[in-house]
Write a protein that binds this ligand. Structure first.
Ligand code: SF4
Length: 309
């Protein structure tokens, strides 16, 4: 039986930069609206955007709710607060068993998707699964709005960091995610991830990742300068050798369908400008989505498997 001691921290929650100090056992009344249990929108195998996760893909744990509320979130069915449309409450053991069933199909990686507000739950799962053979490789697939101190706690235990870096412009961060401090907080978190992992990915003989840092950036319509600044931060403040996954898949969700800024897709000219910056900065490691990817990646969590039609 794994120790459940990390969950005690939720009695006065300061798990993420929001620092709400609420008792999540009594009432899910913090910004994220999340209680002290294990709530997921899906646990499923996902062959994602980055080829280094191999043919077998990742066993992704999609936690519900989030400590950011991006207006354009493509996972809106499970990420909205206070109550998501779709949520399944499981025990730690039920979660672990679901994950183990998927790992038994030959999957090596367990991806924690949007775990910033459920850090103790993520750590409890890592502890529960960490002793299994073969040992799973853990992936933190985060929005980047994390405390650097929390990331420090994961040193030596989290094999892959897969953070977003959404914004460098506080005004844009405020307008689209209600979080003007995002750039400062995310930069500190990513610096800590970089300190732990450095610029190089560790790959096995099949080219599958066993350790490293991959930074994702979703290019938003009308926000070329923000995207350029994101790339400049990575290249100049971390390293131009860092692996970047540049994403063009933005598509308006129903909530922003009529929004003058967010209600449209990226244009080829906008994307080209961002690609030119990538080139200018000499960033050669990573992947660049084709613009046509806009048609392929919108999940539906009402289906058994959100990424399969
Ligand atoms: S995890 Fe949720 S309750 Fe805790 S500090 Fe962050 S937003 Fe607030």
């Amino acid at each position: 039986m794994p120790a459940l001691w990390p969950l005690a921290r939720l009695a006065s929650c300061r798990e993420c930069p929001r620092q709400c100090r609420v008792d999540r056992y009594k009432s899910p009344s913090g910004f994220c609206g999340t209680g002290a249990g294990f709530s997921v929108g899906a646990v499923c195998r996902h062959r994602g955007e980055e080829p280094v996760f191999g043919e077998n893909g990742v066993c992704n744990v999609f936690f519900t709710q989030c400590n950011l509320q991006c207006r354009y979130c493509q996972n809106f069915q499970i990420s909205r607060t206070p109550r998501p449309e779709i949520a399944y409450e499981l025990t730690l053991q039920e979660m672990a068993e679901k994950i183990r069933r998927i790992l038994a199909e030959g999957v090596r990686h367990v991806g924690f998707v949007s775990p910033s507000h459920v850090f103790p739950q993520m750590e409890a799962l890592m502890e529960e699964l960490g002793g299994d053979q073969p040992a799973p490789l853990f992936v933190m697939n985060t929005n980047g709005y994390d405390l650097a101190g929390q990331i420090r706690r994961l040193e030596g235990r989290m094999q892959v960091y897969l953070p977003d870096l959404k914004y460098m412009d506080p005004v844009v961060a405020d307008r689209f995610s209600g979080c003007p401090e995002y750039p400062e907080v995310a930069q500190a978190a990513l610096r800590e991830m970089f300190r732990q992992k450095g610029p190089e990915l560790v790959l096995d003989s099949q080219g599958v990742i066993s350790s490293g840092l991959i930074i994702r950036h979703l290019v938003l319509p009308g926000q070329v300068e923000n995207s350029r600044a994101v790339l400049r931060f990575i290249a100049c403040e971390l390293s131009p050798e860092v692996t970047v996954s540049l994403m063009s898949q933005y598509a308006p969700v129903p909530d922003v369908a009529d929004d003058p800024e967010l209600g449209r897709r990226l244009t080829p000219a906008e994307y080209e400008e961002v690609l030119e910056e990538l080139d200018r900065l000499g960033m050669e490691n990573g992947w660049v989505q084709a613009l046509e990817s806009q048609d392929h990646y919108c999940p539906d969590f009402a289906r058994g498997h959100p990424f399969e039609k």
